[in-house]
Each structure stands twice: as structure tokens, then as C-alpha cells.
Design a protein around this ligand. Structure first.
Ligand code: AMP
Ligand code: ZN
Length: 467
């Protein structure tokens, strides 16, 4: 399996640290708002990477953080008169809902910065002890960038060029020994959340959290570290400096970065205001369409968001779902066995599976993998006739399901809950209440909730809605 490594600027064969295991860390969102579709790009892509590794039999430990302490979260809390905990908690919950709707599986672990402060203080202290960091008079702790030999190796920047490009920092960074030094810990400001530390009451800088959470949940040395390309410098460069200086070991073996999602060929970002939230898109499309749109392009190519491309994604997805529907109709036939010659017809799918795998193993070329799925669909459509056996339809369906599942595309139809079924459960709940069996009544309410049915008790009786 080959993947492009930002660190070496070339495609490399993937060799895990431990046979059969992948340890990967993906930088997650700062939670002060609903996520936008730019944030959704790494979520969908690296979820697909994870799914492919699992398909190949790897055990994947996938860690993705929530940055829940940050200037923007604090500003939002002040703006709405709440606390940063409330803001972060709310948007973590909303983010999880968006992830579920895009069929992005929850990470093995979703650590939160505010719950890892002890580990951060410990790593900062190690860096101070080793001479890689220092506390200034106001309690700010800085990383001594020039002390770390490899600085610039990920972004392929020469440290002396960096200094030239950062004159402005020199003006404001008067407490720093060197303009290139970056913050590990900073003193609190009035009204901000803070923690006790050996240097001052304050809070961590952004970069240190990922070094610490990665170390805690994956170890000093990990296989893959990933995120959007805007994170290469300075975030990931700083993470490397912190982790390698503190642990004395190489940090991540492979660095994967997705290109940006643009709008009108301009970077989509919260600060420019030219973004759509995932919720905006959900008003018009099933989020499966958004997922399909994302995987239809290679992750290292910039992708321009447009109505035309979303419509194309919708139509493409529809073609796959129609084939799945057609197969399911055949699968309603009585059980049977493959007819003469059908074994060969079924074996004809191998070529498409091979093409799919070859595409994914070529630096996760999901665009070509999607083409392989289309070719499979075309093949299925031409091979299945009224006379085909149910066994053949089932065989085809399993292949289609297997490939779509790697891409995170759901081809199974959600079971539609019938009105009669709902009414019967509501009647049973009323019976239970009459009999004062409130535990049972609550149980039925929960059962309905799991089916996506919400109840409301009114004076006129019970009404229900679909969630
Ligand atoms: P943030 O909340 O800004 O730290 O972003 C969370 C993740 O989304 C990071 O991996 C970013 O690189 C990524 N990201 C943000 N905007 C975009 C975009 N327009 N296209 C692709 N990835 C993005
Ligand atoms: Zn990070």
C-alpha cells in the first residue's frame, strides 16, 4: 500500500510500526460553531482511510481530538453570555450528529484538550528540563525553536527563511528569546478559563495538546498523523518539534494532508465567511451525497464546491442505489442456488474489486475507486435478468456492499417504520400507564425513540412525529 508522505514529499510503501496495527491521529475541529463542509473533508477522507485499513485486516486505533479551549470559544461564550464549557459541549454534540449523518464512524478515542491539562503540564516541564523550553517573566512558556535541529523538516522550510518572513512577530514577541519561539503555556486573562501550573495560572497553547494526546493514547511513535494542509505549518511542524524533543524518538512515520475544499475557487473558511455548514447542506441533500462528492476527488487535489458537482454526486450515488434496489428485488425470490454458468458471471466481479483495491493502494485514490464501483454497477446491470437466480443477486449485492462500505456509502435502505406499528406501540404504552406500569411505559417510549419516533403527551391524547 502506497501513500504520499508530506515529510518525504513522495509516495512510500506503508510499513506499520507493529505488524497488523495502525495507530493514527487526526487533528479535529475547534468547537465554537457548527462544522462547515471544509472541516468535513478530512473527517470523511480519513474515515475512508481507516475503513480501508480495516478491510485489509489491520486493527486501527484512530484518535481525533476536540479542541475545546481556544480564543474563539472564549469569544463565543462572552458573546452569548455563557461559559466556554457550555459552548464546547454543545458543539461537540452537534459535531457528533453531523459525523453520524455523514457515516463517519466515531474515533476509537475522542480526547478533549481540557481533560488532558495534566499531561500537557508534564510535557512542558520535560521540555523545560531538557532545555527546549523556558518560562518568561510573565509566566508564558515558550518553545526554544532553534534548539530543535529538525525544525522545518515537514513544511520543507529553511529556519533562516522563516525568521525573515516573521518580522512582525519580532515586534510583539519581546518576551521571547527568539522571534521563532512559540507558546506552550500562556497566562490567563480576566474572565478566561484557567488552570494552575508551575509557571502561572493559565492555559495551554494549541500545538501542545496534539503532542500530548497522541502520546497518551497512541504512544511516543505513531504510524500516521493527518489533517488539512493548512496544518502543515506551523501546527504540525510545532507538534514534531515538541514530541521529538520531549520523547527523543521520531514522532509520526507518515504525514497525510488533505487539500482544501474551495468555494468559487477560493479557500472556504470561517474567517472569510464564505462557507456552508454541514447543516446547510443537509437541508437540501442527504449527507450521503456530500460524502460521495468528497470521495469522488483525490484527497490531495483541491476540490471546488458547486451545485453542479453536488448534483453530479447525487446522480452518481443514485445509480449505485438503484442497482442495489434492483438486486434486493431479486433477493425476494425463494432461496435457490447459482444456475449453470452463473459462478463465472459472479467471478467476473473480481476484476472490479481488484481495480478498486489497486486504486485505494495508490495513495487512496478514491476517485478511481469510485470509478471501479461504477464499472461494477454497470456489469451487474447488464448481467442480471429476470431469469437470474436469487443466489447470483445475493453474490452481487455482497460485492457491492463490501466496496461501498469501505467508502462509507450506505446501500441498505433504512427500514421504513409503518404507521400501524407505531400506533400499536403507543396503544401498548397507554395500557401500561393505565396499569401504572410506568417502567414499561418508559421502555416503550424509548423503543419508539430508537425508531426515530417522538411522542408528545397532550391534553387531547398522544401525538407523534418522525425525528
Ligand atoms: P479547524 O477547526 O479550523 O482547526 O479545522 C479542523 C480541520 O478541518 C483541520 O484538519 C483543517 O485543516 C480542516 N479544514 C478546515 N477548513 C478546511 C477546508 N476548507 N478544506 C479542507 N479542510 C479544511
Ligand atoms: Zn493537531
Amino acid at each position: 500500500m502506497k501513500l504520499y508522505n508530506t515529510l518525504t514529499k513522495r509516495e512510500e510503501e506503508f510499513k506499520p510500526i507493529e505488524e497488523g496495527k495502525v495507530r493514527m491521529y487526526v487533528c479535529g475541529p475547534t468547537v465554537y460553531n457548527l462544522i462547515h463542509i471544509g472541516n468535513a473533508r478530512p473527517m470523511i477522507l480519513f474515515d475512508t482511510v481507516r475503513r480501508y485499513f480495516e478491510y485489509k485486516g489491520y486493527e486501527v486505533t484512530y484518535v481525533s481530538n476536540f479542541t475545546d479551549v481556544d480564543d474563539k470559544i472564549i469569544a463565543k461564550a462572552i458573546e452569548e453570555g455563557s461559559t466556554s464549557e457550555e459552548v464546547a459541549e454543545r458543539y461537540i454534540e452537534e459535531c457528533k450528529k453531523d459525523m453520524a449523518a455523514m457515516n463517519v464512524r466515531p474515533a476509537t478515542i475522542h480526547p478533549r484538550a481540557t481533560q488532558e491539562i495534566d499531561g500537557m503540564i508534564e510535557m512542558i516541564q520535560t521540555l523545560i528540563d531538557k532545555g527546549y523550553a523556558y518560562a518568561a517573566d510573565d509566566g508564558t512558556v515558550y518553545f526554544r525553536t532553534r534548539q530543535f535541529d529538525g525544525y522545518g523538516k515537514l513544511s520543507h522550510k529553511n529556519i533562516d527563511d522563516l525568521e525573515g518572513g516573521h518580522r512582525s512577530i519580532q515586534v510583539t514577541g519581546d518576551l521571547k528569546e527568539d522571534p521563532l519561539d512559540f507558546v506552550l503555556w500562556k497566562p490567563k486573562k480576566e474572565g478566561e478559563p484557567y488552570w494552575e501550573s508551575p509557571w502561572c495560572q493559565g492555559r495551554p497553547g494549541w500545538h501542545i495538546e496534539c503532542s500530548v494526546m497522541s502520546k497518551k493514547y497512541l504512544g511516543d511513535e505513531i504510524d500516521i498523523h493527518a489533517g488539512g494542509e493548512d496544518l502543515v505549518f506551523p501546527h504540525h511542524e510545532n507538534e514534531i518539534a515538541q514530541s521529538e524533543a520531549a520523547n527523543g524518538k521520531p514522532f509520526a512515520h507518515y504525514w497525510m494532508h488533505n487539500a482544501f475544499l474551495n468555494i468559487d475557487n477560493k479557500k472556504m473558511s470561517k474567517s472569510l465567511g464564505n462557507f456552508f455548514t454541514v447543516r446547510d447542506i443537509q437541508e437540501k441533500y442527504d449527507l450521503q451525497v456530500l460524502r460521495f462528492f468528497m470521495i469522488s476527488a483525490h484527497y490531495r487535489s483541491p476540490l471546488n464546491f458547486s451545485d453542479e458537482l453536488m448534483e453530479a454526486a447525487k446522480n452518481g450515488l443514485e445509480r449505485i442505489l438503484n442497482a442495489a434496489d434492483m438486486l434486493r428485488r431479486h433477493m425476494e425470490k425463494p432461496e435457490d442456488a447459482l444456475l449453470d454458468g452463473e459462478a463465472d458471471v459472479l467471478a467476473g466481479t473480481d476484476a472490479f474489486v481488484k481495480k478498486f483495491e489497486a486504486s485505494m493502494e495508490d495513495d487512496f485514490n478514491t476517485a478511481d475507486a469510485v470509478s471501479a464501483v461504477f464499472e461494477l454497477v454497470k456489469y451487474i446491470n447488464t448481467q442480471v435478468t429476470e431469469d437470474s437466480s436469487r443466489a447470483l443477486a445475493e453474490g452481487f449485492y455482497q460485492k457491492l456492499l463490501m466496496l461501498c462500505d469501505i467508502l462509507g456509502i450506505i446501500i441498505e435502505r433504512k427500514e421504513e417504520v409503518l404507521d400501524e406499528e407505531i400506533e400499536a406501540l403507543i396503544a401498548a404504552r397507554q395500557e401500561a400507564r393505565k396499569a401504572k406500569d410506568f417502567a414499561k411505559a418508559d421502555e416503550i417510549r424509548d423503543q419508539l425513540k430508537d425508531m426515530g419516533i417522538l411522542l408528545k403527551d397532550t391534553r387531547e391524547g398522544v401525538t407523534w412525529t418522525r425525528a
